[in-house]
Design a protein around this ligand. Structure first.
Ligand SMILES: Nc1ncnc2c1ncn2[C@@H]1O[C@H](COP(=O)(O)OP(=O)(O)OP(=O)(O)O)[C@@H](O)[C@H]1O
Ligand SMILES: [Mg+2]
Length: 364
């Protein structure tokens, strides 16, 4: 898939912008603060309808504007779609696909699939387990848009169970808590099927892309630990729900004491090993960076396979972080996708494509 054009109105630093990117590689060159990441944020907005930087919608509206608009035409293998999103300062966001408001929120997802590479991707490897859970869950949504609803349901149910624990303290009514055990377990079953599925499709790809990037046949593995028995073995939603329900019942005392749900998929710990060693604490900087890149490359392959067409690639200031060897290896492995690359220094990007100059408020 590819954008034939992309238009922004009052999005971040842009008042009015229209670009017509090349179906292949596009390089956006501009100094710090010029608006390069803002452009990628806009393109990625049409994938997930939220800021990849975690910014609230309101931060996306130009300081002088009343509503931000992002609109793009996407060419697919046998069709085109027009995706539009308008974020007013007051009132609800409006999204239209081919001029229509989709009936269900998941109908919005999946029209634009994109994999983003960020310097912060190192966090997935180096920082706490929440980064790895979020990574797996985000891949799942792009593989199967319905995963979004399952994740939301789990989050909502968890919040409700936690709020019961917080508000009632020791006075908590156990039969009521047991009802929430059931609900949370059901939601966890669906969530885990998605998370496990994402891990399964990534697993092979990670080792392969790691080997191609580094030139050595290092074994890279994804592991998963949980206190309640959750694992990356595919077990089906019902089995997961049963196992968690039992564990939750057993943890009533701890949960009541701490006034929070102390186990479940939200506390699970995925981790990676490189040649059997924990990548977080025992891999070198270079190995960690290679692993982070291979996670993104493997996601791109998996998401493209699931979509039946090649997903977009958005690389935000990635090459400047890499030594020349890795930069060249990554350049050599970029799949034939529509690709947006941002950089402050063009000479650091070892691939050529259509070049755009980014200046505050405009792109030429
Ligand atoms: N809502 C907004 N309205 C107007 N300007 C905004 C808004 N949000 C952010 N900006 C401006 O956008 C600019 C940052 O843009 P962006 O992050 O895209 O820069 P960049 O080109 O990626 O820079 P760097 O090379 O440092 O990463 C900042 O100057 C910021 O003030
Ligand atoms: Mg930037």
């Amino acid at each position: 898939m590819e954008f034939s054009w992309l238009e922004l109105k009052d999005f971040r630093s842009y008042r009015e912008l229209r670009i017509e990117p090349h179906p292949g590689i596009n390089v956006f060159v501009g100094s710090n603060g010029a608006g390069k990441t803002n452009l990628l944020e806009a393109a990625a907005y049409l994938t997930s309808f939220r800021s990849f930087r975690g910014a609230p919608d309101e931060a996306l509206i130009n300081d002088e504007g009343e509503a931000a608009v992002v609109r793009g035409e996407v060419r697919h293998v046998a069709s085109t779609s027009l995706i539009e999103s308008e974020l007013p300062r007051r009132g609800r966001r409006r999204v239209r696909v081919n001029g229509q408001r989709p009936a269900r929120s998941t109908d919005l997802l999946g029209h634009v699939r994109a994999v983003m590479f960020l310097p912060d991707d190192l966090d997935i490897v180096k920082r706490g387990p929440a980064y790895r859970r979020d990574f797996l869950d985000a891949v799942a949504v792009q593989l199967w848009p319905g995963a979004y609803l399952d994740q939301q349901e789990y989050e909502r149910t968890l919040r409700q169970r936690n709020s019961l624990l917080r508000q009632s303290g020791r006075e908590v009514d156990e039969p009521t808590l047991a009802v929430w055990d059931q609900r949370l377990s059901q939601a966890a079953g669906k969530l885990m099927v998605r998370r496990t599925g994402a891990a399964a499709v990534l697993r092979e790809g990670i080792t392969e892309t790691y080997a191609r990037l580094s030139g050595v046949g290092t074994r890279v593995e994804l592991h998963y630990a949980s206190k309640w028995g959750g694992s990356l073995q595919e077990e089906g939603a019902d089995t997961v729900a049963e196992v968690l329900a039992e564990a939750l019942e057993g943890s009533h005392r701890a949960d009541i004491e701490r006034r929070v749900t102390t186990m479940g998929p939200h506390r699970d710990e995925p981790w990676f090993t490189v040649d059997g060693r924990d990548a977080r604490t025992r891999a070198s900087q270079g190995e960690q960076r290679t692993l982070a890149l291979s996670l993104r490359l493997a996601s791109h392959t998996a998401i493209s396979d699931a979509a039946g067409e090649v997903a977009l690639l958005l690389l935000d200031d990635v090459f400047s972080e890499l030594d020349m060897e890795r930069a060249n290896a990554l350049a050599g492995m970029l799949p034939p996708a529509q690709t947006f690359i941002t950089t402050a220094r063009e000479e650091e990007v070892p691939v050529h494509g259509r070049t755009f100059l980014v200046e505050p408020g405009s792109i030429r």
